[in-house]
Design a protein around this ligand. Structure first.
Ligand code: FAD
Length: 489
């Protein structure tokens, strides 16, 4: 009797509920499978950089599994065909099919459909399957309004989330992950118990093993990468998390200043499931129902925003392609290709916007405050469809993640759930002055402004030999945007 765990975006062994359950039920005889899904690789918003970070997380995962006595089979084929091929091969080698196949839940519309297909496939082979909660602490079906249905506004959602997490059962979920963190520590120290006892080689005894597709992907992809890829995998995530622990008290004060590292930089690890919200809560000792006064309360609040956007996507999959607020369906975007290119290249003549867009291009990351500024600028100043910006972010961000990205864009465009009101339009000059008063951030990414005194960075710059003239007049565009939004309503 042995089991297979199908890894997707839960790329870790510690604190992995479905894997742990399998390990227990199959007495350690569990193997991992990962399938490269062409549908995912062919998406319009595919990012070479994010893919490399993801690949390196899979490499790290394989190593972790091998360290503790198991292994990961990487198939160069989507799960439907992948599992069929695998089962065929097992039968041909006279090896029984697995007792059960497990995975952890994913809420993206594409994933929900894929997983339903996988469940049906397993049934057709008479193989049991089960799935578990993973990267959310509270799942969409667990959090409802008193009268039923999901929340569309963040504050009551967060209140309910906190209430639930105070409850003993939910609290014990966080406790569970403390064990996972201890195991991660043992892994880091090279002292983890070998709790697994099956490798693919043994399964293929006497047969040639599957070819190693993973290295092939890593090698060919790494040639196209254009940013420095941070260390990936769960051990790197744990280090990142611990480096934030000492800074968390200052989170409230520093999180909005893009020139310093005031935030955790955990998002890219959370995207891949190298670490999860409950693990972060367990490690940092985050308590529900804080008054949002301390750094830890404010930090937890951001994690709840993440869960909020996942719940929205799970309950309203249509937001992937259309505004949550239907009245904005036919908003008259100007969609100027020239302005869009200037925005992407960081050449709009608005220093804070350009710094953000160049940070994104050069590093694959952008500070949250600046994400809000550039998104507001694209949608309200340039009147370009938020979906263009959303897609460009997905193509470039190392942490690009459908639910929070879509949520962030729809928030900025005032078309989403609990959006900023359409008449609140960020003034990019004032935003720059407030959050980067000394211009440190701007100068880091917009090198040609290095010699300019800080006070000149927050109004149009006249020396167009070194830096472009603003492509629009903010005041005028603001009026036009207000009109366009009013008309749509
Ligand atoms: P921290 O401030 O340390 O926050 C901790 C964690 O909380 C983050 O890692 C993240 O998981 C979550 N979080 C923080 N802020 C938000 C938020 N506003 N909404 C949802 N979750 C949040 N986040 C992504 O993970 N992927 C995206 O593709 C993404 N796209 C965005 C697009 C726009 C237009 C905007 C305005 C925001 C977007 N965000 C996205 C949310 C946020 O900007 C990032 O999560 C954050 O900047 C990541 O940095 P951090 O880990 O240092 O955050």
């Amino acid at each position: 009797k042995y089991g297979i765990h199908w890894f997707r975006r839960d790329l870790r062994v510690a604190g992995n509920r479905a894997l742990a359950k399998q390990c227990h039920e199959c007495e350690g005889r569990v193997l991992g499978v990962f399938c490269f899904d062409k549908k995912f690789l062919d998406r319009d918003d595919f990012s070479i950089n994010r893919f490399q970070f993801f690949l390196e997380a899979i490499v790290a995962l394989k190593k972790e599994l091998q360290t503790i006595g198991s292994d990961l089979l990487v198939l160069d084929i989507g799960p439907q065909h992948g599992f069929k091929e695998l089962f065929k091969k097992l039968k041909a080698a006279d090896i029984s099919l697995p007792h059960q196949v497990s995975w952890n839940r994913d809420y993206e519309p594409f994933a929900v459909e894929r997983d339903q297909g996988a469940e049906d496939l397993m049934k057709s082979y008479g193989v049991a399957s089960f799935h578990e909660r993973d990267h959310l602490l509270v799942e969409p079906h667990e959090l409802e309004k008193d009268g039923g249905g999901g929340y569309q506004v963040f504050s009551p959602f967060a209140r309910k989330w906190n209430q639930l997490v105070m409850d003993e059962e939910f609290n014990s979920r966080v406790e569970y992950y403390k064990k996972g963190l201890r195991y991660l520590d043992q892994l880091a120290a090279g002292k983890a118990d070998k709790i697994f006892k099956l490798t693919w080689d043994k399964l293929w005894e006497g047969e040639s093993g599957p070819e190693d597709v993973l290295n092939r992907y890593v090698e060919s992809n790494s040639r196209k990468v254009s940013v420095t890829i941070p260390r990936s995998g769960s051990l790197a995530a744990l280090e990142q998390l611990r480096s934030f622990r000492d800074r968390m008290d200052d989170y409230g004060e520093k999180r909005d200043i893009p020139s310093i590292q005031g935030t955790s930089r955990l998002s890219m690890y959370m995207k891949n499931g190298s670490i999860t919200t409950p693990m972060v809560m367990a490690e940092l000792g985050l308590e529900p129902f804080g008054k949002k006064e301390t750094g830890s309360d404010m930090f937890l609040n951001e994690l709840i925003w993440r869960e909020f956007y996942y719940h929205i996507l799970a309950r309203h999959p249509r937001v992937e392609n259309e505004p949550f607020l239907k009245q904005y369906k036919d908003l008259e975007w100007s969609n100027s290709k020239t302005w869009f290119d200037a925005w992407k290249e960081g050449k709009t003549g608005f220093p804070i916007v350009d710094a953000g867009m160049r940070e994104l291009k050069q590093t694959g990351w952008m500070h949250n405050r600046v994400r809000m500024i550039v998104a507001s600028f694209l949608t309200k100043d340039l009147l370009i469809d938020w979906r263009w910006g959303e897609q460009y972010f997905m193509e470039t961000l190392l942490d690009g993640d459908l639910a929070p990205n879509n949520g962030g864009w729809q928030w900025a465009a005032s078309t989403g759930c609990d959006p900023q009101p359409y008449f609140r339009i960020f003034n990019p000059w004032l935003q720059g002055k407030k959050f980067d008063p000394d211009g440190k951030y701007i100068k880091r990414y917009v090198g040609e402004l290095e010699d300019l005194p800080a006070k000149k960075l927050h109004s149009p710059i006249n020396d167009h030999k070194i830096y472009p003239k603003p492509i629009v007049d903010h005041k005028k565009q603001r009026e036009i945007a207000l009109d366009v939004y009013k008309r749509a309503r």
